[in-house]
Design a protein around this ligand. Structure first.
Ligand code: ZN
Length: 168
């Protein structure tokens, strides 16, 4: 698992994207480091075992550097394909700026980390449950709170944090 995670910069780098390179670069590195934490990797393995998803179903995890806009005007959190490639996308800069003004830096970092972790759990579950989005969302929430039950969140904080993370 460890060696199959990478940061991938989009090939289509327009002018505007270049200007935000530093922000998205730092974002990607932060996500990369968060997702490689042994405690989280062990947890992911446990989820796979519990869900009986064979490890080799996941080919690689690509942390994309730039946001991806869907046809419906929303930005993607993540996606996966039938060859087992998982793609994770950052929240866009403008939205991050807005959010970080309303919450503390610590909460903001926890949010970015949580968003990436939940997306990775979510996309892996899609490998088993296909397009059953409802089931995948339900299980993502369940596993995400199991993972965080060992974390040092204040009870109220976690509720708020979880609400932010799952506000797709
Ligand atoms: Zn989904």
């Amino acid at each position: 698992m460890l060696e199959r995670m990478s940061i991938v910069a989009s090939i289509k780098m327009g002018k505007k994207k270049n200007a935000n390179c530093e922000f998205y670069g730092n974002y990607a590195v932060f996500v990369f480091k968060s997702l490689r934490k042994p405690i989280f990797l062990r947890f992911l393995d446990w989820v796979l075992k519990r869900e009986k998803i064979p490890k080799d179903k996941i080919k690689n995890v690509q942390i994309r550097m730039f946001p991806s806009l869907k046809k419906n005007g929303y930005y993607l959190n993540g996606k996966c394909n039938s060859s087992g490639e998982v793609f994770l996308y950052p929240k866009r800069l403008e939205a991050c700026r807005k959010k970080s003004q309303r919450i503390s830096l610590k909460c903001f970092r926890e949010y970015i980390r949580g968003r990436a972790m939940a997306s990775l759990i979510h996309e892996r579950l899609h490998l088993k449950y296909g397009c059953n989005e409802k089931k995948v969302k339900e299980l993502t929430k369940k596993y995400y709170s199991i993972f965080n039950s060992k974390n040092d969140f204040e009870p109220l904080d976690f509720e708020k944090h979880q609400e932010m993370v799952f506000n797709y």
